[in-house]
Ligand binder design. Structure first.
Ligand SMILES: Cc1cc2nc3c(=O)[nH]c(=O)nc-3n(C[C@H](O)[C@H](O)[C@H](O)COP(=O)(O)OP(=O)(O)OC[C@H]3O[C@@H](n4cnc5c(N)ncnc54)[C@H](O)[C@@H]3O)c2cc1C
Length: 375
């Protein structure tokens, strides 16, 4: 029986492990933290449901993953655009709210149970270097974006508030999510480190606009790898998910991409296929779109005027009970035109050293927590 060692019990590592165990491999997953999804504690995240016609949960099932975790279909949310409130409602499911980390109903706990049932061995509190394993699935390896937030105790009202406000974040976005009495208030920024002071300004504006007061809050910090790497298979080793820079650079919706890369990695190993080609064929199109629109919105500074126009015409009313938002997102992420637009955008990024020019995954093995301690 062939043995496979994986670093990281997150989405991509466990997806690879589950699919390899199903094929009869003896899999061991080494995790730095003390639980599956060790990078997260009680984080609400969203499985996007716009980049393919196939429903996100159906996609999970199609790559042999359990969907036995809390998932709440989302069809409406609040938008706060530069201080103006909107309510957005879509006709079909825009995304699913899921939990990450330690909780028993989280996506990580469900994948952990599934993997255990298939005989995958987990070793916790056991960080591994990339050269000690066959698959490196350890999440972000360099801080392209910074994240700062609070976990807090919420009342029983479920709420999602997506906020775009240049005073809070210039090259990122901020949001509040609360379900089942657990809330997260989060700032992301790809240019500078988020600060506690900005978080306090955000908290105050959420209280003033929505009357939400955060109780028993606890600070957390994180980083994200937003930009694509040059290789996914290097020196006999497979890199999956964010450790290979496989992420959605515009909005950070990396869970589907991570799961898909874990699945393709298992397929490449089992069927002796070229992993780099599989990733390029099946995942890069989505990332290309995301890179292009990141440049358009942030470098050409179009995000602010576009959202101002959107806000002026009443964002909620424009989108209400239609799938317009989903169609726009699908065009952004999955249109064939991305293949044509991508090369000039990459040349531009390289010449002007913009943040999406390709990087080699081996460049900087700095670990997230070391970075956070220093900053
Ligand atoms: C605050 C925040 C909000 C987000 N919101 C969303 C969202 O709404 N929707 C979405 O789709 N995506 C979201 N993402 C992105 C998403 O979480 C990631 O893209 C996805 O989890 C990447 O999966 P992965 O398998 O690459 O890494 P992870 O799921 O992060 O797993 C990596 C695992 O490796 C472990 N590890 C780290 N170093 C080592 C080591 N040296 N040895 C062993 N183990 C190690 C970590 O503890 C972790 O458990 C968010 C990310 C953050 C930080």
């Amino acid at each position: 029986m062939k043995c496979i060692n994986i670093a990281g019990a997150g989405i991509s590592g466990m997806t690879a492990g589950i699919n390899l165990a199903k094929k009869g491999y003896k899999v061991t997953i080494y995790e730095q933290g003390n639980h599956a999804g060790g990078r997260f504690e009680a984080d609400w995240q969203f499985l996007e449901n716009w980049s393919t016609r196939q429903d996100a949960l159906e996609f999970y099932k199609s790559i042999n993953l359990s969907t036995d975790f809390f998932h709440k279909p989302i069809k409406e949310m609040e938008l706060l655009l530069n201080g103006k409130k909107h309510h957005v409602k879509t006709k079909s499911i825009l995304m699913y709210a899921v939990n990450r980390g330690r909780r028993s109903d989280s996506i990580d706990s469900a994948l952990y149970q599934q993997a255990r049932t298939l005989g995958v061995k987990f070793i916790f509190n056991s960080p591994k270097r990339f050269d000690e394993v066959d698959i490196y699935a350890a999440g972000p390896r360099r801080p392209d974006a910074n994240i700062l937030g609070y976990y807090y105790n919420a009342d029983k009202t479920d709420k999602i508030i997506a906020v775009y406000d240049t005073k809070l974040s210039r090259r990122g976005y901020t949001y509040l999510t609360q379900f089942n009495g657990v809330g997260n208030l989060v700032i992301t920024d790809a240019r500078k480190a988020c600060t506690k002071e900005t978080l306090q300004v955000f908290e105050k504006s959420i209280y003033e606009k929505y009357g939400i007061k955060l109780k028993q809050k606890e600070l957390f910090g994180s980083i994200a790898n937003l930009f694509n790497a040059a290789h996914y298979y290097l020196n006999g080793r497979y890199y999956t998910g964010e450790s290979a820079g496989l992420q959605d650079p515009i909005a950070g919706f990396g869970m589907r991409i991570a799961a898909n890369s874990g699945y393709l990695c298992a397929k490449a190993i089992d069927e002796n296929l070229d992993y780099d080609s599989l990733i390029k064929k099946q995942i890069l199109k989505k990332i290309k779109g995301s890179v292009i629109y990141r440049r358009i919105l942030f470098d050409l500074k179009l995000a602010k005027p576009l959202l101002a126009v959107f806000s002026l015409f009443g964002a909620g009313k424009l989108l209400e009970n239609t799938d317009l938002l989903k169609y726009c997102m699908r065009i952004m992420y999955a249109s064939k035109i991305n293949n044509v637009l991508y090369p000039p955008f990459i040349i531009y990024s390289r010449i002007f050293k913009r943040d999406s020019y390709k990087r080699n995954v081996n460049i900087n093995p700095e670990r997230p927590m070391d970075y956070l301690k220093k900053n």
